[in-house]
Design a protein around this ligand. Structure first.
Ligand code: 2HA
Ligand code: ZN
Length: 271
């Protein structure tokens, strides 16, 4: 059996959580990540027949039965994960009943997965239904994106346009736009269901006055999406109330999207 601490997915979890902490997106225990792992790859590191504990997940995740995820633990601080992954992360498999997580590794101090697991698993289900290669769901609290939530209407088209117009690469990086939810209570199935509904259309979903979800085939894709939104939000907020005399016009957005051949939300442009 190989040493799991050096597994590539473990390195990615450690590196990503540390990066997100240092970027100021994950204060205290803010943020959570779930990463779907290939069963064969996990089998190199773990005995897949050894279930340490069974933990109810609070809803039926039937489409994910048998799938394995590495998930950040509830209450854990991203800044501490790389020092003690076995306490602060867990590897779970969705059991045959669809309602139970089988713990295969981690949460060593008796902990469990993030309180946002419903939003994560429902988002995985939604993304997999439109992109069978999706693997990563990540949530965090990026500062400027949240600042922008105070001054821009919490609406998909308006919010996406505000981001797209700040810098040229945005429409190329997230041509599908950003879904935006109103403020909601977090940590329950209702916000999970609302998030998943948006995830059928978007890889990025903002939770009004709370944070953002980014998804992708890889950790880099999910991280890069959030990073680009946050950069754009920073550019949106920094000028403050100074007059804005330059912006990217709609025909310019179309031109750059066409140049890079991306499928963009045409209904988000005024042409
Ligand atoms: O897990 O970010 O949304 C801490 C959070 C809850
Ligand atoms: Zn949060």
């Amino acid at each position: 059996m190989h040493y799991i601490y050096n597994a590539p997915f473990m390195e990615e979890m450690k590196k990503t959580t540390a990066n997100m902490y240092r970027l100021g997106w994950d204060e205290r225990n803010g943020g959570n990540i779930s990463y779907m792992l290939d069963e064969k790859m996990v089998g190199v590191y773990l005995d897949l027949d050894n279930v340490i504990r069974r933990i109810p997940i609070g809803f039926n995740a039937k489409p994910l039965i048998g799938k394995i995820f590495i998930v950040t633990g509830t209450g854990e601080y991203f800044k501490n994960i790389s020092d003690d992954p076995e306490s602060k992360l867990g590897i779970i498999r969705i059991a045959e009943d669809g309602c139970t997580a089988e713990l295969l590794w981690g949460y060593k101090d008796g902990g469990k997965f993030t309180s946002e697991l419903p939003a994560h698993l429902m988002s995985h289900m939604a993304r997999l239904s439109v992109d069978p290669e999706n693997r990563v769901v990540t949530h965090c609290h990026p500062t400027y994106t949240l600042a922008m939530n105070q001054v821009v209407p919490l609406e998909d088209r308006i919010f996406t346009r505000a981001l797209w117009k700040t810098c040229t690469e945005c429409i190329v990086v997230f041509p599908d736009g950003v879904g935006v939810l109103p403020w909601m209570v977090c940590g329950n199935n209702a916000i999970g269901e609302a998030t998943a509904e948006k995830m059928k259309e978007y890889r990025l979903v903002v939770w009004g006055l709370h944070g953002i979800y980014g998804t992708g085939k890889t950790m880099d894709e999910a991280f890069g999406l959030i990073e680009t939104v946050e950069k754009a939000a920073q550019l949106y907020m920094i000028p403050g109330s100074m007059p804005r005399i330059n912006t990217i016009e709609d025909d310019q957005l179309r031109a750059v999207a066409e140049r890079f051949g991306v499928e963009y939300r045409k209904d988000f442009l005024d042409l």
